[in-house]
Design a protein around this ligand. Structure first.
Ligand SMILES: Nc1ncnc2c1ncn2[C@@H]1O[C@H](COP(=O)(O)OP(=O)(O)OP(=O)(O)O)[C@@H](O)[C@H]1O
Ligand SMILES: [Mg+2]
Length: 405
């Protein structure tokens, strides 16, 4: 086991040399010398030192010997006292057993266990992240549903307001025609009798009192403006419904992505309009089989990111483009913003990666978008130059692959 001839040890006082570089007692030496217990414990600290359960005065331990065998080995050794008839210790027997194999197995097991624990920690983290994402997308979905619900409710009253306003416009013109008839006619006034003249003068005084000429010009303006307002509200309501498509739920549908881009743009326009001018460069594209509210969510994230990338105090440009190659349709949101540094590019799709101040960004926009586009069997490409701008391109297959979720 030691790989050394017995002569190196037997009958010499150099038996320790086989095991140690510097002279020190072996366990058998300690027992023969009746060494106190704490000397034993000191020399075999952390070496699994125990009293033998079967032989009185015997000890067991385990240690690693780097110079033994082929590149070191683990030994389990026990040393038991030899006593004479009077119970005097006259010698000791030490037995050695090579337990390297067991130690290797133990090490492997420990390594395996550590790896397993690390894996569990990693998976738990991933699970927590996935749950967070799910909660976020559920939140967005329920906000979308709420908005669409409100939009639906508003739709009806706005509808009759619009039609009533149109009627009012017509009625007012007719009313005006009648009123114009009451203009003071000088010829008639000259030939009228006294009562009639007084009555005509009263009408003229009343008209002056209410500033009839002003009303005549202002009422049509007010009516036209109100009607325009109503038309705008109707469009917002329609956009909200298109955006979340409450009527369709989460169904795969064939839609023109330009409609989605426009309705989404109208919804986030408030956030965008002070920071950037929006330019549309739409090509003709075929309809795409998709989950419209979810793709709209992607467009919204990209548009808001683009607007937020504009340096403070300088209005930039956001360009929306789309196109198709017959198999896929792509939508691009390009901005003239600050750009993304190389070292961040790899991380922007990571959940919770954000460079925005607390409260401004959670870092979920792009990771959610990535998941949605993936679900459509598509991909997102990014191209960015610091100080020049960024271009995100969403590419989705025209037809959902049969294996798609
Ligand atoms: N158009 C862009 N221009 C410059 N940087 C961008 C652009 N889009 C994304 N980024 C970078 O990627 C990061 C992650 O974007 P993401 O949309 O995932 O999160 P966020 O915008 O920070 O927060 P959230 O969207 O959750 O409100 C941003 O913080 C920003 O650093
Ligand atoms: Mg974002």
């Amino acid at each position: 086991m030691t790989g050394r001839p017995a002569a190196d040890m037997v009958g010499t006082a150099n038996h320790w040399r086989i095991f140690y570089e510097v002279e020190r007692p072996t366990m058998a030496d300690l027992i023969v010398d009746g060494a106190p217990r704490d000397q034993l414990t000191n020399l075999y600290r952390n070496k699994r030192l125990t009293r033998s359960p079967v032989v009185a005065g015997a000890f067991e331990a385990e240690d690693y010997f780097p110079f033994l065998g082929d590149g070191g080995c683990w030994l389990y050794f026990t040393a038991a006292p030899l006593t004479d008839a009077k119970g005097q210790v006259i010698g000791a027997i030490e037995t050695l057993q090579d337990v390297s194999e067991r130690h290797r197995a133990e090490d492997a097991l420990l390594r395996h266990q550590t790896e397993l624990e690390q894996l569990v920690t990693k998976r738990t983290g991933e699970l927590a992240q996935a749950q967070e994402q799910l909660m976020q997308s559920e939140k967005l979905a329920s906000i979308g549903q709420l908005a669409a619900g409100v939009a639906h409710e508003i739709n009806n009253p706005i509808g009759f307001l619009q039609s009533n306003m149109k009627s009012l416009q017509g009625y007012f013109e007719q009313l005006l025609r009648v009123m114009e008839h009451f203009e003071l006619n000088p010829e008639l006034a000259a030939s009228a009798d006294e009562a009639c003249t007084r009555w005509l003068e009263e009408v003229a005084a009343l008209k002056a009192e209410v500033d009839f000429d002003y009303l005549k010009t202002d009422i049509p303006v007010l009516l036209a403006e109100s009607l325009e307002g109503i038309v705008r509200v109707r469009r917002i309501v329609q956009d909200l419904r298109d955006f979340s498509r409450i009527d369709s739920g989460q169904n795969w549908e064939w839609v023109d992505l330009r409609t989605g881009l426009d309705s989404t743009l109208n919804i986030v326009n408030n956030e965008i309009k002070y920071r950037a001018e929006v330019v549309k460069e739409y090509a003709d594209i075929p309809q795409v089989e998709c989950l419209p509210p979810q793709l709209n969510q992607v467009f919204m994230n990209l548009m808001v990111n683009a607007a937020q990338a504009m340096p403070e105090g300088r209005r930039g440009t956001i360009t929306l483009r789309c196109g198709s190659n017959g198999q896929e349709v792509w939508v691009e949101v390009a901005d003239s913003g600050e750009g993304i540094p190389e070292e961040n590019l790899r991380r922007i799709f990571d959940p919770f990666f954000t460079t925005k101040p607390v409260g401004k960004g959670t870092g979920l926009g792009l990771s959610l978008s990535y998941g949605i586009v993936k679900k459509h069997g598509g991909r997102i490409e990014v191209d960015s130059t610091v100080g020049v701008g960024t271009r995100f391109r969403v590419i989705v297959p025209i037809q959902r692959s049969s294996g798609g979720s």
